[in-house]
Design a protein around this ligand. Structure first.
Ligand code: COA
Ligand code: MG
Length: 281
């Protein structure tokens, strides 16, 4: 999943637009983009959306957080739909993942299909529990992060400086997401870029995320899809280099270390190359 586009769950017009777009995944959001008075409507819109769904896009549903009055009814409504993923906002620790994992496994339809992505930096508490996401549930497939709710929690006026660079605490949140995902053996997905008129800023942020190990990025507006898909698609040169790394290691006498164009390559390079080719196939 290179691109994951947020769409408010109570907005049928945007849902249609998202289905017609080039996004890899759609996140139907029942949480922060839906007003408290519209939660019931959002739930029934999601059910309606699935009732005429014919798409090969990946469908993700963001439920309400586990400290709200809404999430249990959200789960009752969406489990029979067996979405590809459930996105857990404000996950406090691996215990929240375990709770959702248990409900998925107890539902016949969802058990074999639905996986979990958790937002793991929106509360200060979550940041201290980052290692707990490892082994928190077999359905866990990815971690992602958010700076907006964290800044509200911190009482901050902004999360970026005048040059658009995240303040250190949000850079730390981003790094914790990356480390937590690697520790748990799941994908790391980068957060949204809220200024959807700033194409250059989006491209720079996405390129940085890809270079550091994120596998895709969440989006808020369709105009962000083309840039993010392009950034997260491996180039011909990257694919060809990865194939050479794999061949060099597999044809080497030790199978452990080899050289390619005068550079030493060993197991981490081999693993990275295998991952890249796996994403292409
Ligand atoms: N998905 C699908 N379509 C979207 C969209 C989205 N996320 N965001 C905008 N569009 C559509 C609009 O409906 C509009 O369609 P139209 O031309 O047929 O009228 C078109 O794209 C252009 O939109 P624009 O006028 O530039 O923006 P807007 O004022 O309609 O919407 C936002 C701006 C921020 C409200 C909107 O992008 C949005 O709802 N984003 C998702 C918010 C969200 O889910 N947040 C939670 C996670 S952070
Ligand atoms: Mg939020």
């Amino acid at each position: 999943m290179r691109s994951l586009l947020f769409v408010p769950a109570d907005d049928a017009k945007k849902q249609k637009k998202a289905l017609d777009s080039a996004t890899d995944a759609i996140i139907l959001d029942m949480e922060d983009s839906v007003a408290a008075g519209n939660k019931l409507k959002a739930r029934s819109s999601v059910v309606d959306f699935f009732s005429h769904l014919t798409t090969d896009k990946i469908i993700i549903i963001r439920i309400n957080a586990l400290d709200t009055e809404f999430w249990q009814d959200d789960m009752v409504a969406i489990l029979p739909l067996a979405p590809d993923y459930i996105l857990i906002p404000k996950a406090r620790s691996g215990a929240d993942v375990a709770t959702i994992n248990g409900l998925i496994k107890a539902n016949v339809k969802a058990a074999s299909k639905t996986r979990i992505i958790a937002l793991v930096t929106e509360l200060p508490e979550s940041m201290f529990n980052i290692s707990s996401f490892k082994n928190s549930g077999e359905a866990l497939a990815g971690l992602t992060w958010g700076a907006e709710d964290l800044s509200a929690e911190l009482g901050a006026q902004n999360n970026k400086d005048a040059d658009g660079v995240y303040f250190p605490v949000y850079q730390m949140a981003r790094s914790f997401c990356l480390l937590g995902a690697a520790h748990a053996g799941v994908a790391a997905i980068d957060s949204v870029f809220t200024n959807f008129k700033d194409d250059a800023g989006l491209r720079a942020e996405a390129e940085r995320a890809k270079t550091e190990g994120f596998q895709g990025k969440m989006l808020i507006h369709p105009c962000q899809i083309a840039i993010v898909n392009a950034v997260f698609s491996p180039s011909e040169a990257e694919i060809s280099h990865a194939r050479q790394v794999i061949a060099a290691i597999e044809n080497s006498t030790s199978g452990g270390v080899a050289q390619l164009d005068g550079e030493m390559i060993d197991q981490p390079h081999y693993k990275r190359a295998l991952n890249l080719i796996k994403g292409v196939n």
